[in-house]
Write a protein that binds this ligand. Structure first.
Ligand code: PMP
Length: 307
């Protein structure tokens, strides 16, 4: 998806022009994938732009960094201020936010420990990740022939740049086969997540999603949707799911910062439920988007106002 450029990018505490936000070609992260990042959204509210779960996303960024012995040279408060300053400087009401921490230029070789660390924050307007129609019509997905990297190969708790090459294989395979997105199994054959989304099914009015231990990212949208669903009175369970659980589900949907809540209408050419967005998916979307707009008192502390 093309990026809509804005004016400024935050680099190590300074606002620089979009076109000048550059790194050296011999940066460690470019060669060895030794970076960590986050994907966050800011939503338009009656009180101006507000960042959804900013604290949770930054906590996950520091957890990802810890897994790779990466010391982030800025405090979470400084990054929080940077995110807000950048949204204001670019005059955005709603946007996607990409904090990135990379091992930079200085040394070559796999050992990353002597490379300097840089922190970058970029923001840009970003619509529905899986297409404008997807939130209503749903997407068609394929179970990938590529397995999700095992927990003892690359820890799924970390959102590290290099780990995404696993999802890149699955995503390309699914697009080439004519689907919108891929879903990966772990080595035991249990469902994990999409290339950038967690997955849920609805079965007999109960919501079920894989355990994070299956090898999926501990998604922040996943947690929000679990909380919202319980508050609406639904039972929510974490279980190991197999592919036929998806084929036979009443409803199925993805969650993610970029994908928000996207219905899944087909899995491996099997129509899920009625073949369109199901009633519980629709109800959850309604509650989710009210919360992101700051309209739900109960979830007021999930938003960090920019102004
Ligand atoms: N799984 C993967 C592999 C992801 O990249 C993402 C996006 N960060 C998710 C799940 C969803 O996580 P979140 O809701 O925190 O964006």
């Amino acid at each position: 998806m093309p990026i809509s450029e804005v004016e400024k990018i935050w680099m190590d505490g300074e606002l620089v022009d979009w076109a000048d936000a550059k790194i050296h070609v011999l940066s460690h992260a470019l060669h060895y994938g030794s970076g960590v990042f986050e994907g966050i959204r800011a939503y338009e509210t009656a009180r101006g732009p507000a960042v959804w779960h900013l604290d949770e996303h930054l906590k996950r960024l520091y957890r990802s960094a810890k897994l790779y012995h990466l010391d982030i040279p800025f405090s979470a408060d400084a990054i929080t201020d940077g995110v807000k300053e950048l949204i204001r400087a670019n005059g955005l009401n709603a946007c996607y936010i990409r904090p990135l921490v990379i091992r930079g230029y200085g040394e070559m070789g796999v050992n990353p420990l002597n490379a300097p660390v840089s922190v970058i924050i970029a923001v840009w307007p970003w619509g529905a990740y899986l297409g404008e129609d997807a939130l209503e019509q749903g997407v068609r997905i394929k179970i990938s022939s590529w397995r999700r990297n095992g927990q003892n190969s690359l820890p799924s708790a970390a959102k590290a740049t290099g780990q995404y090459i696993n999802g890149v294989l699955a995503k390309i395979e699914s697009l080439n086969a004519g689907y919108d997105e891929a879903l990966m199994l772990n080595e035991q054959g249990f469902i994990t997540d999409g290339s950038g989304e967690n997955v849920f099914i609805v079965r007999g009015g109960v919501l079920v999603t894989p355990f994070t231990q299956a090898g999926c990212l501990d998604g922040i949208t996943r947690s929000s949707v679990m909380a919202i669903a319980r508050d609406l009175g639904y039972e929510v369970r974490e279980e190991n799911l197999i592919r036929s659980d998806l084929y036979n589900a009443d409803e199925c949907f993805f969650t993610g910062t970029a994908a928000e809540i996207t219905p899944i209408r087909e899995v491996d050419d099997r129509v899920v439920g009625e073949g369109h967005r199901g009633p519980i998916t629709k109800e959850l979307q309604g509650a989710f988007f009210s919360a992101t707009k700051g309209e739900t008192e109960r979830y007021a502390d999930w938003l960090a106002y920019v102004n």
